[in-house]
Design a protein around this ligand. Structure first.
Ligand SMILES: NC(=O)c1ccc[n+]([C@@H]2O[C@H](COP(=O)([O-])OP(=O)(O)OC[C@H]3O[C@@H](n4cnc5c(N)ncnc54)[C@H](OP(=O)(O)O)[C@@H]3O)[C@@H](O)[C@H]2O)c1
Length: 254
């Protein structure tokens, strides 16, 4: 049974690895001997330097395979193309999916949110995770082992500082996760999400000064760290018995 949770030698696809949380997940999984397919949309330099860092850090212990893919996850065609690249470069589909790439323009009021903004947010945050899950699930089923983690948000539970478009996309992720977890359990595939709030050192929230009033209201008195989100992702992918859970990581915020 120990092999259930031994992830070394597995392949993880992490979308949005050019951002704060995705990069932290990549570092933690690489340290556990997991091969990586990392995606970015616009920030190639941070993804390339992350890959270089990880390759040189882990070159002594094992030979880590890392691929980098440019993909706008609002495009089904680009996601399909990414899977073709992964097939070529790794010879298989991912065993672990961390669907983390996300977008959220801070527009609090419904009357200010255009239909285009709503549709785009849903496409990036929700529809992409559906397409990505479809792209990995046949492989996971056939080997009777898989881990899927969606990056939701406190917004999916009604909190946070964003508008209803972002809340809908993230709440939708939790609904989809709960359904998938019951459908896929018989194939030994766990499906969970992490719902962070106010994580600093990210493109979304570089530091507390970006959101002074909100930061002042965090019960723990500080922003969360990308590495703390990655801790939860690592726990989920190494704890296959946990499935169907949305884990709030919000410094005491509700
Ligand atoms: N920071 C927080 O407090 C917080 C709270 C709740 C949830 N989250 C969620 O955590 C996830 C990671 O965000 P982060 O905090 O690490 O912020 P971040 O540093 O801004 O990272 C966002 C990532 O998503 C990628 N991305 C954005 N739009 C994309 C698109 N259309 N196609 C493909 N990739 C796209 C970005 O790629 P490029 O940079 O290459 O363009 C980047 O890698 C997101 O899903 C976000 O909603 C964050």
């Amino acid at each position: 049974m120990e092999q259930q949770n031994d992830i070394s030698g597995r392949l993880a696809l992490i979308t949005g690895a050019s951002g704060g949380i995705g990069a932290a997940c990549a570092r933690q999984l690489a340290a556990k001997g997991v091969h990586l397919a990392l995606t970015y949309s616009t920030n190639v330099s941070s993804t390339s330097s992350l890959a270089e860092e990880l390759k040189s850090k882990h070159s002594d212990s094992y030979s880590l395979r890392i691929s980098i893919h440019k993909v706008d996850v609002s495009s089904a065609d680009e996601i399909q193309h990414m899977f073709e690249e992964i097939d070529q470069q790794h010879g298989k589909r991912p065993d672990i999916l961390v669907s983390n790439a996300g977008y959220g323009k801070r527009i609090p009021q419904v009357w200010d949110i255009s239909l285009e903004e709503f549709d785009y947010t849903i496409n990036v945050n929700l529809r992409a995770s559906f397409i990505l899950a479809k792209g990995v699930v046949e492989h996971m089923k056939s080997q009777r082992w898989g881990r899927i983690v969606f990056m939701s948000s406190i917004a999916g539970q009604g909190g946070g500082i964003n508008g209803c478009h972002y809340a809908a996309s993230k709440g939708g992720l939790t609904g989809m996760m709960k359904n998938l977890s019951t459908r896929l359990a018989e194939y030994n595939i766990s499906v969970n999400d992490v719902a962070p709030a106010m994580i600093g050192e990210t493109g979304m929230i570089p530091s507390a000064s970006a959101i002074p009033e909100v930061a002042a209201g965090i019960p723990l008195g500080r922003l969360g760290l990308p590495d703390e989100v990655a801790n939860v992702v690592t726990m989920l992918v190494t704890t296959g018995y946990m499935t169907g859970q949305s884990l709030l990581l919000g410094g005491g915020l509700k």
